[in-house]
Design a protein around this ligand. Sequence first.
Ligand SMILES: Cc1ccc(Nc2c(-c3ccc(O)cc3)nc3c(C)cccn23)cc1
Length: 109
Amino acid sequence: KKYELQLKFCDEVLKELMNNKHWQANQYFMYPVDPVALNIPTYFQIIKKPMDLSTVKTKLQNNAYEKAKDFEEDVRLIFKNCYKFNPEGDLVNSSGHQLEDLFNKKWAG
Ligand SMILES: Cc1ccc(Nc2c(-c3ccc(O)cc3)nc3c(C)cccn23)cc1
């Protein structure tokens, strides 16, 4: 029972992060980074474990997360990747910080 409740909370938080009202914050993180489309051929050399909100959603739906902690880890991987690749002060970097602030608020409750 507890397990289902945890996963239900993950789903709720993820839906909020992906909500269109947070487009300013989430637009760069909704789908896998496409290094060809973005003309960043070195991306996969810099980012060893790509992650995005849609992939997290699919993993959640496929019961790929054993516990809420594993879900949290994937969400935070999105921010880590963002800060590693996009320098402080860049638009995408600041969007990552906005999304992280939103996640921390919802996750801590
Ligand atoms: C030359 C250059 C510089 C920066 C970017 N960043 C960036 C990223 C990105 C997101 C997460 C991430 O871990 C890494 C990159 N997503 C985008 C998008 C959707 C549009 C424009 C820029 N974007 C793209 C090209």
